[in-house]
Design a protein around this ligand. Structure first.
Ligand SMILES: CCCCCCCCCCCCC/C=C/C(=O)SCCNC(=O)CCNC(=O)[C@H](O)C(C)(C)COP(=O)(O)OP(=O)(O)OC[C@H]1O[C@@H](n2cnc3c(N)ncnc32)[C@H](O)[C@@H]1OP(=O)(O)O
Ligand SMILES: Cc1cc2nc3c(=O)[nH]c(=O)nc-3n(C[C@H](O)[C@H](O)[C@H](O)COP(=O)(O)OP(=O)(O)OC[C@H]3O[C@@H](n4cnc5c(N)ncnc54)[C@H](O)[C@@H]3O)c2cc1C
Length: 670
């Protein structure tokens, strides 16, 4: 036991940089670090936020426990008079999915984004004080991705000045909204607006669905939970629900009227803001999900890295720091490094691109407030594309981390199965990842076609202005060290991205209609979108390194991580880089040499690099990822806690095992 604890301490002593300074870089600022650190400790030390029994709770117990915690969170927020920032850290570290995620993450933003000032003044105080609990009811049984295909109707009745909300078919039943099944009192419902017999497409409406007195559904409302979801714990603590309306009436002023409105006379009037602002809540949440992806991946990487340093298998006996003969730490196997270290690098890369995306979103909101809508298409493409790229990579990465931990990774107590089950739906919710990449490719094709009209591409597509150079340029790498030059890396990624996009644009012209071309070429378009999004991540990592980064050795570690992130992508997508002629086979081989050498350079710092995430043992929720590395005694202790070990002879022995054994005995005697 002592040896293992010493072992991680020894790993930490090998770090070549200031972990404390890196913690600040990871958090984003000294202030963010101090607040998050304080709240993380507060949560970890409060028995009311215990979560180690989640995997063995039944669905009903789990749901009730999530309700209890959500109420306790609210109580603590008020008792401690926490600021909005502190409150959101508290919800984050409690780490239990409940209705509050949708209430704060989607219901409130949807009101802020789509309601008029007057409507906000009425509804936001109620929502902010949790006097009403809201959900975001967009998806239906028959349609999720195709929002324009939603079937719920909101028909204006001029006589009573009301909308009649109705579910005309089974497939129009709302299906999936979180917090809807058993908790929400109100919902932002997306429905087709019909007035004067004309269908004006999908709009948002604020609908009360349950009584505020006894919590029963209001007349005409049928509502319930859609059932168990993948994995134990995870999303089963939340009540994703179904909802059907039978001619439910709401006042006209409960249509969210920022984008367009219906007058007392039933006239449909558009405002001067683009109709896409109706989808504003999705842009907001997609940006948050990119930050979630870096957190989910970094949690898994932290667990797998610490455990890989503790775990030993095979190898010529080494001497440890005390001169004892020991086997090889699995983290020293090159295969383990080549699977794990790129994930560590990705966690940092996603953190920085998430930080940038947050800035982009804030900038967008400021511009929208000034009636400048020019950056909306780019913000939509960036949030959609990066949500897709980072969640797919994080979900795959978490699964890889569990395999990196061998058999013990499969145990609930490793924390990895639940983390995976909780995170993998991020590839689907807030937009299926492929559907979102197709949105990016549509944006790219539009940008390319506009190049011919002389329109200058801006922001993340600015590189497209250099299309002629990027189509012809040749990568200058001659030796492995040349791959450490950021401008060489950037040019290779730009060349690959633009060549894939231009090839798609050229191929599209070969089809009878753009629609047909888009459909036939969609796999290629998705690849082009991935290449563009990876370029954004790479360029934002490189930009981060150009900032003033303080702290002993911190910048050097980030440079190594950036190199690993980029070179590993080249390695994984070699087909693209070679087929587009962005690099040569010889340069690809030099990139692999350099990648191997970066792994060796990173090795002594990896434990400190995961310590810099500053995750408490409570938040990690993993025996394998414990800070002290005291894995084996704790695994043994955890095993004893399983309810099956409550009795020595299991329940069912007398009914099912004993008769069997006795029967065999009788047979044997015969
Ligand atoms: C244990 C720890 C784990 C941590 C996990 C944290 C958990 C967090 C909590 C989890 C909460 C989950 C909550 C989930 C909620 C949901 O899922 S809500 C439902 C979300 N639904 C979707 O995302 C649907 C996806 N579909 C769409 O977004 C769109 O309908 C579409 C695909 C974009 C539509 O395509 P299309 O029909 O072709 O487009 P149009 O509708 O006609 O649009 C025309 C133009 O508008 C542009 N556009 C589209 N969307 C937006 C937008 N959001 N913003 C700005 N612009 C947009 C589009 O590109 C078109 O532009 P042009 O090409 O210029 O015409
Ligand atoms: C855990 C969870 C929580 C959720 N929470 C909410 C919520 O709070 N509120 C809410 O309204 N919704 C919620 N959703 C629903 C979610 O937003 C949708 O499931 C999501 O948008 C995907 O839509 P879909 O289910 O219709 O998938 P589909 O579109 O049916 O996807 C099925 C397959 O078809 C493919 N596909 C679809 N269209 C195309 C296309 N044009 N081109 C190529 N391939 C295509 C997809 O890639 C996918 O492989 C939640 C979902 C989950 C899993």
């Amino acid at each position: 036991m002592e040896r293992i604890m010493d072992h991680l301490a020894h790993e930490r002593s090998k770090a070549q940089f200031s972990v404390e300074e890196m913690k600040i870089i990871w958090a984003g600022s000294l202030h963010a670090f101090q607040v998050s650190d304080r709240i993380a400790r507060l949560v970890a030390s409060d028995p009311g936020f215990r979560k180690d029994n989640r995997a063995v709770l039944s669905r009903k117990e789990l749901f009730k426990s999530a309700l209890r915690k959500a109420a306790y969170v609210w109580k603590r927020i008020n008792e401690l008079a926490l600021s909005e920032e502190e409150a959101s850290w508290l919800r984050f570290y409690v780490d239990e999915l409940a209705y509050a995620y949708i209430h704060w993450g989607m219901f409130v933003p949807a009101i802020k984004g789509s309601a008029t000032e007057e409507q906000q003044q009425k509804w936001l105080p109620l929502a902010n004080n949790m006097q009403i609990i809201g959900t975001y009811a967009q998806t239906e049984l028959g349609h999720g991705s195709n929002v324009r295909g939603l079937e719920t109707t909101a028909t204006f009745d001029q006589e009573t000045d009301e909308f009649i909300i109705h579910s005309p078919t089974l497939t129009s039943s709302k299906w999936w909204p979180g917090g809807l099944g058993k908790v929400a009192t109100h919902a932002v419902v997306y429905a087709r607006l019909i007035t004067d017999g004309q269908d004006y497409g999908v709009h948002g409406f604020l609908v009360q669905i349950r009584s505020l007195d006894d919590h029963f559904p209001l007349p005409g409302v049928t509502v319930g939970d859609i059932g168990m979801k993948f994995g134990s714990g995870a999303f089963n603590s939340i009540d994703n629900g179904f909802l059907r309306f039978n001619h439910v009436r709401i006042p006209r002023n409960q249509m969210l009227m920022k984008v367009s409105r219906v007058t007392r006379q039933g006239k449909y009037v558009e405002s001067n803001v683009p109709k896409q602002l109706l989808y504003g809540a999705m842009v907001y949440v997609r940006q948050i999900i990119v930050a979630d992806a870096s957190i989910a991946l970094s949690r898994a990487v932290c667990i797998a890295t610490r455990y890989s340093a503790v775990r030993r298998q095979f190898g010529p006996p080494h001497e440890d720091e005390n001169g004892k003969g020991v086997e090889t730490q699995v983290i020293d196997y090159k295969t383990q490094q080549s699977r794990l270290f790129p994930l560590l690098a990705s966690a940092y890369a996603f953190r920085f691109v998430g930080e940038w995306l947050k800035w982009l979103y804030t900038d967008l909101i400021q511009k929208l407030e000034a009636n400048d809508f020019s950056t909306l298409p780019e913000a939509h493409a960036c949030t959609a594309g990066l949500k897709s790229l980072t969640t797919s990579a994080a979900a795959d990465g978490i699964k890889e981390c569990w395999k990196l931990c061998g058999g013990h990774g499969y145990l609930s107590s490793s924390g990895l199965p639940e983390l995976y089950a909780a995170f993998v739906p991020a590839c689907t919710y807030e937009g299926d990842n492929i559907v979102l990449l197709l949105q990016v490719s549509r944006f790219l094709m539009k940008t390319i076609s506009q190049l011919q009209t002389g329109k200058k591409p801006i922001g993340t597509t600015a590189y497209m202005a250099h299309v002629e150079h990027l189509i012809q340029c040749r990568c200058t790498v001659q030796k492995a060290e040349d791959w450490l030059n950021p401008s060489v890396i950037l040019e290779a990624f730009e060349a690959r991205a633009i060549r894939l996009s231009v090839a798609c644009a050229e191929n599209l012209t070969k089809f009878a209609t753009p629609l047909q071309g888009f459909s036939e070429l969609s796999p290629d378009l998705v690849e082009a979108a991935v290449a563009h999004c990876q370029l954004i991540v790479v360029s934002k990592f490189i930009e981060k390194l150009q900032q003033n980064i303080e702290g002993n050795g911190v910048k050097q570690q980030l440079e190594t991580l950036c190199n690993i992130y980029c070179l590993n992508l080249i390695h994984k997508h070699l087909g693209d880089f070679l087929s587009t002629g962005s690099i040569s086979p010889k340069q690809a081989s030099l990139a692999s040499d350099q990648l191997r050498s970066r792994y060796s350079k990173l090795r002594s710092n990896v434990i400190a690099l995961v310590d810099a995430f500053n995750y408490t043992d409570h938040f990690l929720g993993s025996v394998l990822g414990r800070y002290d590395g005291n894995v084996y005694p704790k695994l043994y202790e955890e095993a004893w806690k399983d309810p099956l070990n409550d009795s020595i002879v299991p329940d069912g022995y007398h009914e099912y095992i004993q008769p069997l054994l006795k029967q065999q005995l009788q047979n044997a005697r015969l």
